[in-house]
Design a protein around this ligand. Structure first.
Ligand code: G1P
Length: 314
C-alpha cells in the first residue's frame, strides 16, 4: 500500500505479525549528526513531513507489530512527547476543520501499545537491547533501530517476513541484510554468508571491518529477530575498546557455537535509509521530499533549477 502523509494510521494495519513485540533502541547520542543533534534526538530529525522515528513506528505497525518498547536515554523526551496525544492541539485542529492533519496525528489508531524504558548509561547497542529483556518476557522479539527506515516512507513489511522466517526455520537470530558499496563496509556489521538466496545461513559476523578484511559486502541493516537466549549471551559479553557492548558480538557467538543465524535480504524496493550520518540523512530527506504527493513535483522542479544553475556556475 502506498502510504501518503495524509493516510490515516489506521489504514496501515494489515496482518498481525507472528512475533508481536518489538524493541526500538533510540538511546544513541547522534554525535555523527552534530550540531543538529546537540539538544534534540537524532530520531526526531525531520525527513520531509515526519520525524524519522515516526516512519519506523509506522513501518512496524505495517508489519503487524502490536507492542513496542522504546529504549530511550538522556535527552530523548521529545520522542515520548511526539507519540502522546496532545489534546489542546487536537481541539484547535478540530475547530479549524483540519481533519486530514487530525487523522495523521492520531497515533492511537496505529493499534500499538507503546512503552518506554531507559538505558541509563551509554554502553552500546547490545546493552540497549538488553534493556528489553523483561518486555520480551521469554518470547522471541523484533529489534528495529530507530535511526533506520526501511523502504520509502517506511513502506515495508520486512519485519513480518523476518518473523515468519524465524519461526519457519526455528532460528535463533534473523537479521536483515543489504549489499552496500565497498566504501560503506566499514560503517556496518558485515556478515559471512554460508549460502545464497533471499534467506541464507550466516557463518559469522564482524562489526565495522576495514573493506580489505570484510567477509562480504552484506551489511546488517537495522532489523533483527532474536530468540530469548540472546539476553544471557549479551550479559556475558565484554565491552569493546570504546566501552560498548556490541550486538554483533552476541550474534557471532550464537553463529559460531552452532546456533541458527539467518540473513534475510531486503528487497530492491526496501532500500535501507540510514540516518545515522549526515550524507545519508541529506539524501534521505531529498528522496522523501521528492516522493511527497503534494510537494514532490515542485521540489523536483526546484532541484532541476538549482542543479542547472550550479552547473552553469561551475
Ligand atoms: C549498528 C550495528 C551495526 C549495524 C548498524 C545498522 O551500528 O552495530 O552492526 O550494521 O547499526 O545501522 P551503529 O550504526 O549503531 O554504529
Amino acid at each position: 500500500m502506498n502510504h501518503s502523509p495524509g493516510t490515516r494510521p489506521s489504514q496501515l494495519g494489515g496482518l498481525d505479525c507472528p512475533i508481536p513485540n518489538a524493541v526500538v533502541p533510540v538511546a544513541g547520542l547522534g554525535t555523527r549528526l552534530l550540531p543538529a543533534t546537540k539538544s534534540q534526538p537524532k530520531e526526531m530529525l525531520p525527513v520531509a513531513r515526519k520525524p524519522i522515528v515516526q516512519y519506523v513506528v509506522e513501518e512496524l505497525a505495517r508489519s503487524g507489530v502490536r507492542n513496542l518498547l522504546f529504549v530511550t536515554g538522556r535527552g530523548k523526551a521529545a520522542i515520548e512527547n511526539h507519540f502522546d496525544p496532545d489534546l489542546a492541539l487536537r481541539e484547535s485542529l478540530g475547530k479549524a476543520g483540519k481533519e486530514e492533519l487530525l487523522a495523521a496525528l492520531d497515533f492511537q489508531e496505529l493499534g500499538l501499545n507503546i512503552l518506554y524504558t531507559r538505558q541509563s548509561v551509554q554502553r552500546g547497542l547490545g546493552d540497549a537491547i538488553l534493556q528489553g529483556e523483561a518486555f520480551a518476557a521469554g518470547q522471541p522479539v523484533i529489534v528495529a533501530l530507530g535511526d533506520s527506515i526501511i523502504g520509502i516512507e517506511g513502506n515495508s513489511t520486512a519485519c513480518r517476513r523476518m518473523a515468519e522466517v524465524f519461526l519457519a526455520h526455528d532460528a535463533a537470530v534473523v537479521v536483515a541484510v543489504e549489499e552496500v558499496p565497498e566504501d560503506h563496509v566499514s560503517f556496518y556489521g558485515i556478515v559471512e554468508p554460508g549460502g545464497v538466496g533471499d534467506t541464507f545461513a550466516i557463518r559469522s559476523l564482524v562489526e565495522k571491518p576495514a573493506a580489505k578484511d570484510a567477509p562480504s559486502r552484506l551489511a546488517v541493516s537495522g532489523r533483527y529477530v532474536f530468540f530469548p537466549g540472546i539476553f544471557e549471551i549479551i550479559r556475558r559479553l565484554r565491552p569493546d575498546k570504546r566501552g560498548e557492548i556490541q550486538i554483533t558480538d552476541a550474534i557471532r557467538m550464537v553463529a559460531e557455537s552452532g546456533g541458527s543465524v539467518l540473513g534475510v535480504r531486503l528487497r530492491p524496493d526496501e532500500t535501507r535509509y540510514d540516518i545515522g550520518n549526515l550524507p545519508s540523512y541529506f539524501e534521505t530527506f531529498i528522496e522523501f521530499a521528492l516522493a511527497d504527493p503534494d510537494h514532490g513535483p515542485r521540489v523536483r522542479r526546484y532541484l532541476r533549477r538549482v542543479l542547472a544553475r550550479s552547473r552553469g556556475g561551475a
